[in-house]
Design a protein around this ligand. Structure first.
Ligand code: AMP
Length: 444
């Protein structure tokens, strides 16, 4: 294929098997978000460039180096969203959601964001972010709740070895105190900093601490930490948050160097880190923070808020590294095989009957031999092969083979759905049994 038609750098094709996995991840996040009172919001993939300049901030790397910005045919400067929060904040203000009486207002989004980053392992230019914004309440309990929800999501997905790095960047006064100290500290070392950081020194020295170039230098690592400049109120807020995290046994670590340098961020900031079993680190799988000044920044009334976003592709890499998707996952439930052309219509009727009862079923329509049918069953890891021949038609039964246990039973059509349901529950362990069924459900 000619180079010019190939996949653009930093993007990916997701083939059906991977889409199934992504869907599983996204559905898990969505279901859990529902338990915590979040509702979906969808905003455009592109916005006026100024929105990001204003909200993400002109001094950020995202705005300075990573945005896909272009003039549309009407001469407007448009940008493909580089993150999800700005659009949600705009929609919140534009639709006067701040006037809604029942706070907090909890929103989630799931969509692509675009950043012109250097592609690498777990780093792409088109990223799916699944994010959450909780608006209207300033409370450490709300911050803890968001982190608890993130933990519940990861546990449900099967991710166990993660750690939440958490820090506070205090209130405005704390940060003003801290900025003075940082400027003092870096004053005599400006020539050791990158060009961007020299600019950040003037604009907002906190941003030097999360610079991708200078962040690892000893000079930056030994810089004063915000902890020592917090106001009493900010200190108490953070302590309360940590007490909730302790109470609910959240696997967290305080990381005094974690900052979000943008002016509208305050108090809580966090990042979720996780390594693969073979020690690979794809960077944070999610990150977030409190942003009490952001709604005002985009033209709304003062509204406190906190948000975070997961990188869905990184979650996928992680789950794949755990072999989470191995086995009988998301294939169809039953593959129906007619013995001979005469039985095809009956086999198709059974397929349709199963589909209308909520089973994923497929009918073999190409006249395959039994051998090649079973090869296909094996390749696709279908849990049940259903065989129908003339005798079965006559007796209104079918032969069901459990391809895991190799057990084969003859079942009347009336009982087929109940049987499959029970057996599939065993395979997928999706029984909702409380353990007190006395053998009256499918949990055994
Ligand atoms: P951020 O908006 O930068 O806080 O990112 C939130 C999450 O999105 C991160 O924790 C990552 O999981 C994910 N993410 C950000 N940038 C990338 C990227 N270039 N490639 C893959 N995932 C990313």
């Amino acid at each position: 294929m000619a180079e010019e038609y190939k996949l653009p750098r930093g993007t990916q094709d997701f083939l059906p098997e991977t889409c199934d996995k992504l869907e599983y991840i996204e559905n898990t996040l969505k279901n859990m978000a529902g338990l915590y009172g979040y509702h979906e919001i969808r905003t455009p993939i592109f916005e006026h460039t100024n929105l990001f300049l204003r909200s993400v901030g002109e001094s950020s790397d995202i705005v300075n180096k990573e945005m896909y910005t272009f003039l549309d045919k009407g001469g407007r400067s448009i940008t493909l969203r580089p993150e999800g929060t700005a659009g949600v904040m705009r929609a919140f203000v534009e639709n006067k959601m701040y006037a809604l009486p029942d706070t907090p207002i909890k929103l989630f989004y799931d969509g692509s964001v675009f950043r012109y980053e250097r592609p690498g392992a777990g780093r792409y230019r088109q990223i799916t972010q699944f994010g959450f914004e909780c608006l209207g309440v300033h409370s450490p309990l709300i911050d803890a709740e968001l982190i608890l929800m993130n933990c519940a999501m990861l546990y449900t997905l099967g991710v166990k070895d993660f750690v939440i790095k958490v820090n506070t960047i205090g209130d405005v006064q704390s940060r003003e105190n801290y900025k003075v100290e940082l400027r003092e500290y870096f004053k005599d070392h400006l020539d050791e900093l990158c060009e961007d950081c020299r600019r950040r020194y003037e604009q907002n020295p906190l941003r030097i601490l999360d610079c991708k170039i200078d962040g690892d230098k000893d000079l930056v690592k030994n810089a004063p930490i915000i902890k020592d400049y917090l106001t009493e109120e900010s200190k108490a807020y953070f302590e309360k948050l940590l007490s909730y995290l302790d109470k609910f046994e959240v696997p967290y670590e305080v990381d005094n160097r974690l900052v979000r340098g943008l002016d509208y961020y305050c108090d809580t900031v966090f990042e979720i880190k996780c390594k693969t079993p073979d020690g690979k680190d794809y960077g944070a799988i999610g990150a977030g923070g409190r942003y009490d000044g952001l709604i005002e920044q985009v033209g709304g009334p003062h509204t406190p808020g906190i948000g975070m976003a997961f990188g869905v592709e990184r979650l996928l890499l992680l789950l794949e590294s755990y072999n989470f998707f191995e086995g009988y996952y998301n294939t169809f439930d039953a593959y129906i095989m007619p013995i001979g052309k005469e039985c095809l219509d009956f086999a198709f009727d059974i397929t349709m009957f199963l589909r209308s009862n909520g089973f994923k079923a497929e009918c073999e329509v190409q006249g395959k031999s039994m051998k090649s049918f079973f090869k296909s069953v094996e390749r696709q890891k279908v849990p049940f092969a259903i065989i129908v021949g003339e005798d079965e038609i006559k007796n209104r039964v079918c032969n069901v083979k459990n391809t895991l246990t190799k057990e084969q039973v003859t079942i009347s059509l009336d009982e087929l759905c109940t049987y499959l349901n029970k057996e599939l529950n065993k395979i997928y362990q999706r029984s909702s049994c409380s353990g007190e069924c006395n053998g009256n459900c499918s949990c055994e």
